[in-house]
Design a binder for this molecule. Structure first.
Ligand code: ZN
Length: 293
């Protein structure tokens, strides 16, 4: 399936205009090991009247799997990677597991971008499927790195990276498989706090959403009405839910963070492992919060 619309996009170095093409070749991505079950193509992409905001998107197995106003997502090993448009250059959010850089590079090329275009990399939390590819992405792009101040010491190597599993049995069995997915330590240039604007894009604000991890953050675009929650929420099989319990050490805090998100206005919700909620996002979140009581 392809769809398209006229767009304008700033790379920070050149402005590209063209007609977006959203490609749906999920089966090819499955062949290269993508998490097809959770990060499968968003078949709603391009069907909701949103003008895609990025350059010409080429036909590619790695091409954007979800697009919206000022935002699109591409594949990495282990998670979706989000690209946010800004007047000061594209912003990459999360980086997949260690070794994901070539896959991200292919996704960027499908949008006529490349790593050197990236001006900022934001890490939503330290889990290896989000930060493992950071060293590769940072080295290829030369971009500054931003993360919540609580987790900067985990990313720059001052503190050892934790085994993310909550239950001892899972930690013992899966830990040895998961720990190598962390990448090399990377210096954190911007230590973010709740309410901060992103360093190069004051139209996107940081919302601290602890619980899944202590420094877990979400990103809010009031201009475009989207909320990027990373792993703070799930959208499994079309149902909105809290984060995965087996990798969420403080579930009461995670629920409090979800309730906190209701103080903001947004229409769509974007995730790290699931297709976006493309409308009525705040109302759907309110229903989830109601179910907590
Ligand atoms: Zn996580």
């Amino acid at each position: 399936m392809t769809d398209g619309a006229s767009i304008a996009f700033h790379t920070g170095r050149a402005r590209v205009q063209g007609r977006a093409q959203v490609n749906c070749l999920a089966h090819l991505s499955e062949a290269v090991g993508a998490r097809a079950s959770s990060a499968g193509h968003d078949r709603g992409a391009g069907q909701v009247g949103y003008p895609p905001m990025f350059g010409r998107l080429k036909k590619s197995a790695f091409g954007p799997i979800s697009t919206g106003p000022g935002i699109f997502q591409i594949r990495a090993f282990g998670a979706r990677v989000t690209v946010i448009a800004s007047d000061n250059g594209p912003i990459l959010v999360d980086t997949g597991i260690r070794g994901s850089a070539p896959m991200i590079d292919a996704g960027l090329h499908a949008a006529n971008l490349s790593f050197p275009d990236i001006e900022l990399i934001v890490v939503t939390h330290y889990h290896p499927d989000h930060s493992g590819g950071l060293s590769g992405a940072s080295r290829r792009s030369g971009a500054k790195v931003a993360a919540h101040e609580i987790e900067s010491a985990l990313l720059n190597g001052e503190q050892p990276r934790p085994n993310p599993f909550v239950r001892p049995i899972l930690s013992a069995v899966l830990g040895p498989l998961i720990m190598p997915m962390y990448g090399r330590p990377v210096e954190v240039d911007y230590r973010l706090r709740d309410g901060d604007p992103l360093p190069i894009h004051d139209g996107v604000r940081v919302v601290h959403t602890p619980g899944h991890t202590p420094g877990c953050i979400s990103l809010l675009s009031q201009e475009h009405g989207w909320l990027l929650v990373g792993d703070a929420l799930q959208h499994r099989c079309g149902r909105l839910g809290g984060p995965a319990r087996y990798v969420t050490p403080d579930y009461p805090a995670a629920r409090a963070s979800i309730e906190k998100l209701l103080q903001y206005d947004f229409d769509s919700i974007w995730f790290s492992h699931f297709p976006p909620v493309r409308g009525d996002g705040k109302r759907r979140l309110a229903r989830l919060v109601d179910s907590f009581s």
